[in-house]
Design a protein around this ligand. Structure first.
Ligand SMILES: C[S@@+](CC[C@H](N)C(=O)[O-])C[C@H]1O[C@@H](n2cnc3c(N)ncnc32)[C@H](O)[C@@H]1O
Length: 284
């Protein structure tokens, strides 16, 4: 579906999405976007995905509001991503919002900028939601309360970019808890992400999740489900997220048991599993 899209317009903007992810986003907008709701890019960073959205809308000659949200704060990874940028020192001291604006300069009037999801107050239906900000339970909850609430049943698509990330287990848990309200639209192979289609309204009373009080049985079911619905390349990260969910709860015994079980099942002691080992050793 996505091989023909030419991404040369990105012109070196650093990004963490794979080409497959960006091309799929372009094609999805080209083929499925109805304009019934806005497009929201949560965790837009330097604007690569936002630019793909703008270019896709331009391609299909459609106008719709785009919300782009980030803290725009310099972090460790900026050190690598912007290492050769001539204005690196400026971004280090002032954040990279100016860089986002420069990258999106041809489309900036169509974009509503939100500096930090904690400051967002969405009032409009959302048709396309890209989520790369569920970095804590707090931001995960904000995405649900503010943005899942605005989705349009039978119309909206949600991209969970961190579906295989081991440090954000609430992504898999939320996707499981809402499994009856979505179906898997596309698991993007060379990436950590999965697109979901929103098929029916999530009742308001389910839009608040107390992650730390969820029963163990629900957590374990969530990860079994996440492994079942995703492609194999995502499994190591998802298995590691399962262990991580108990490390966050400071349940060392359960986390250690799971870590051993996954290694016994054949997951390699490398990458995330070495990181987990260190975290387990540090856990009191
Ligand atoms: C992994 S990076 C995003 C990468 C980008 N989606 C890409 O693929 O190139 C995650 C982003 O989330 C942003 N972020 C973290 N906490 C946030 C918050 N509370 N509100 C908005 N953005 C946040 C970070 O600044 C960072 O740019």
């Amino acid at each position: 579906m996505s091989t023909k899209v030419d991404l040369s317009f990105l012109n070196g903007i650093p990004h963490m999405m794979s080409d497959d992810e960006l091309k799929f986003l372009f094609e999805l907008l080209k083929k499925n976007f109805s304009g019934k709701g806005i497009i929201v890019d949560l965790g837009c960073r330097f604007g690569a995905s936002t630019l793909v959205i703008c270019k896709a809308l331009q391609h299909v000659k459609t106008k719709q509001k785009i919300c782009a949200c980030d803290t725009f704060h310099w972090d460790e990874e900026c050190e690598t991503q912007l290492k050769n940028h001539p204005d690196k020192e400026y971004f280090k001291n002032n954040g990279y919002l100016a860089l986002f604006k420069e990258n999106l300069s041809n489309f900036i009037e169509d974009i509503e900028l939100i500096v930090d999801i904690r400051n967002s107050n969405i009032q409009t239906p959302v048709e396309i939601l890209i989520v790369d900000v569920m970095k804590s339970e707090e931001t995960a909850q904000l995405v649900i309360e503010k943005y899942y609430k605005a989705l349009i049943p039978g119309k909206s698509f949600v991209y969970q970019q961190d579906f295989d990330h081991f440090l954000t287990p609430w992504v898999q848990v939320i996707s499981y808890l809402y499994r009856n309200y979505f179906y898997v639209y596309k698991d993007i192979k060379n990436s950590g992400g999965i697109w979901f289609f929103y098929k029916k309204l999530i009742p308001d009373e389910l839009l608040h999740i107390e992650f730390h009080t969820l029963p163990e049985s629900e957590i374990d079911k969530a990860f079994r489900w996440a492994l079942k619905i995703s492609n194999k390349k995502k499994h190591k990260g998802i298995a590691a997220a399962h262990v991580m969910s108990y490390i966050y709860r400071k349940d060392k015994n359960k986390a250690f048991d799971l870590w051993c079980q996954y290694l016994y099942q054949g997951y390699e002691l490398s990458g995330e599993f070495v990181d987990l080992q260190r975290r387990l050793e540090e856990l009191k």
